[in-house]
Design a protein around this ligand. Structure first.
Ligand SMILES: O=c1ccn([C@@H]2O[C@H](COP(=O)(O)OP(=O)(O)O[C@H]3O[C@@H](CO)[C@H](O)[C@H]3O)[C@@H](O)[C@H]2O)c(=O)[nH]1
Ligand SMILES: [Mn+2]
Length: 378
C-alpha cells in the first residue's frame, strides 16, 4: 500500500488577505507573468492612467480591480481633481480605494531581480518582513537591521530602545536603471546599478529622504492618509516629484509622535506624545528596473522641482505641529495650511497643491469612514 500521497501544498503567503498591490499603468501588464509566483495570490488594484477607452490586458489568473479615469471621476466626483492625470502619481487613488491594512506599489517596468546567489528576489515578501518588524529611528544600529536573522543590537545600544517602533514604510531599491533625476541621467546615460547592498536601514528620525514610488510598501492604516502623491502631470508645472512630495510628508508625519490611547468604550484614538514615532526603512528588496524614461522629457517635468526643493526641504525642517493635531488626517490638514502659507509664495502651484491635499483627505475620509470600533478590535 503506498504511503500518504505527498501533495505539495503551497504555503499561504504572508498578509495574503491584508495587502493590496497597486499598479499605475498606461501599458499592458505582461510584466505580471514574471511576478506570478509572488503576486498571484494577492489582490491587485490597477490604476489605468491616460485614455480610459484603451483596454489594458491583464494576464489570466490574477484577482484584480481596475480603475480608469472615468471610474475615478465617477467615484470621487469633483474631488477627482486631486488625483493626477497622465502621471504615475495617479497610483494614490489605489491607496484610497483599498480596504486592506498594507499596500505594495510597483511600476509596470519593474521586474524580478536576482540576488548575488542568482536566486529570484521575492520583493513583496521582503517588504512584508520589513513592515512586520520594528524600526529604530531614535538610535542608529551600526550592524544595520537588528531584527534580521543573524544580526542584533550592538554593544552600547540602549536597552530601553530595543523594542523599536512600528514600521510605517518600506522603501525598496532598483538594479539596472537607478532612479536618477534627469540631469544625472543626462551626464551618465549608460550608468547601470549593479551593486546589491544586502542591508535594510531605518532612516533616522528628523531626516528626510527621496522616496521613490516604484518599489514601495507601507502600512496604510498608519500612514495612508499622508501618502498622497502630489498633484502632477496634465495641467501641472511639474512632474516626477509626486513620490518625493509624499516621502517628505510621510517622513514628517511618521517622525511626529503618535500613540494609540484606549478610550473608556474600548475604542482607541491616536495622540501625539513624546516617546514614540513610526519608522521608515530603506534598502532591500531590489527590483530590476528595465526602462529608462527619456531624460529630456524628464528634465522638462523635473526642472522646477530641482530648484523648488531647495526651499521645500527647509520648509519641512522648520514645521511646528500644534498639539491639537492628534490624528494623521489633522496633521496633514495643518501641513496643507502651512504649505499654502509658506510655499504659496514660491509659486501659485503650491496653493493648488495645498488645496489638493485637503481634497485628498476629504476624499480619503469619505471612502474610509473612521472605523473606531474596528480599530479598537484590531
Ligand atoms: O503618464 C503616465 C506615465 C507612466 N505611468 C505609469 O507609471 C509607472 C512609471 O512609469 P515609467 O516607468 O515610464 O517612468 P519612470 O520615470 O521610470 O517612473 C519612476 O520615476 C518616478 C516618476 O515619478 C517614479 O518614482 C517612478 O514611477 C509605470 O507603471 C507607468 O505605466 C502612468 O501611470 N502614467
Ligand atoms: Mn520606470
Amino acid at each position: 500500500m503506498s504511503g500518504p500521497s505527498s501533495v505539495s501544498v503551497k504555503p499561504t503567503p504572508l498578509l495574503k488577505d491584508e495587502l493590496d498591490i497597486v499598479i499605475p499603468t498606461i501599458r499592458n501588464l505582461d510584466f505580471l507573468e514574471m511576478w506570478r509566483p509572488f503576486f498571484e495570490q494577492y489582490h491587485l488594484i490597477i490604476v489605468q492612467d491616460g485614455d480610459p477607452t484603451k483596454t489594458i490586458h491583464v494576464p489570466e489568473g490574477f484577482d484584480y480591480e481596475l480603475y480608469n479615469r472615468n471610474d475615478i471621476n465617477r467615484i470621487l466626483g469633483p474631488k477627482a481633481s486631486c488625483i493626477s492625470f497622465k502621471d504615475s502619481a495617479c497610483r494614490c487613488f489605489g491607496y484610497m480605494v483599498s480596504k486592506k491594512k498594507y499596500i505594495y506599489t510597483i511600476d509596470d517596468d519593474c521586474f524580478v531581480a536576482k540576488d548575488p546567489s542568482g536566486k529570484d528576489i521575492n520583493a513583496l515578501e521582503q517588504h512584508i518582513k520589513n513592515l512586520l518588524s520594528p524600526s529604530t529611528p531614535f538610535f542608529f544600529n551600526t550592524l544595520y537591521d537588528p531584527y534580521r536573522e543573524g544580526a542584533d543590537f550592538v554593544r552600547g545600544y540602549p536597552f530601553s530602545l530595543r523594542e523599536g517602533v512600528p514600521t510605517a514604510v518600506s522603501h525598496g531599491l532598483w538594479l539596472n536603471i537607478p532612479d536618477y533625476d534627469a540631469p544625472t541621467q543626462l551626464v551618465k546615460p549608460r550608468e547601470r546599478n549593479s551593486r546589491y547592498v544586502d542591508a535594510v536601514l531605518t532612516i533616522p528620525k528628523g531626516t528626510l529622504f527621496p522616496m521613490c514610488g516604484m518599489n514601495l510598501g507601507f502600512d496604510r492604516e498608519l500612514i495612508g492618509p499622508a501618502m498622497y502623491f502630489g498633484l502632477m502631470g496634465d495641467g501641472q508645472p511639474i512632474g516626477r516629484y509626486d513620490d518625493m512630495w509624499a516621502g517628505w510628508c510621510i517622513k514628517f508625519v511618521t517622525d511626529l509622535l503618535l500613540i494609540s490611547l484606549n478610550n473608556t468604550d474600548g475604542s482607541t484614538h491616536k495622540v501625539i506624545c513624546d516617546h514614540m514615532g513610526w519608522g521608515v526603512k530603506t534598502g532591500l528588496p531590489y527590483i530590476w528596473h528595465s526602462k529608462a524614461s527619456n531624460p529630456f522629457v524628464n528634465l522638462k517635468k523635473e526642472y522646477k522641482g530641482i530648484y523648488w526643493q531647495e526651499e521645500i526641504i527647509p520648509f519641512f525642517q522648520q514645521i511646528v505641529m500644534p498639539k491639537e493635531c492628534t490624528t494623521v488626517q489633522a496633521c496633514y490638514i495643518e501641513l496643507s495650511k502651512q504649505v499654502q502659507e509658506k510655499l504659496g509664495k514660491i509659486d501659485p502651484y503650491f496653493t493648488k497643491l495645498a488645496e489638493a491635499m485637503v481634497t485628498w483627505i476629504e476624499a480619503w475620509d469619505e471612502l474610509n469612514p473612521k472605523a473606531e470600533v474596528a480599530a479598537a478590535k484590531a
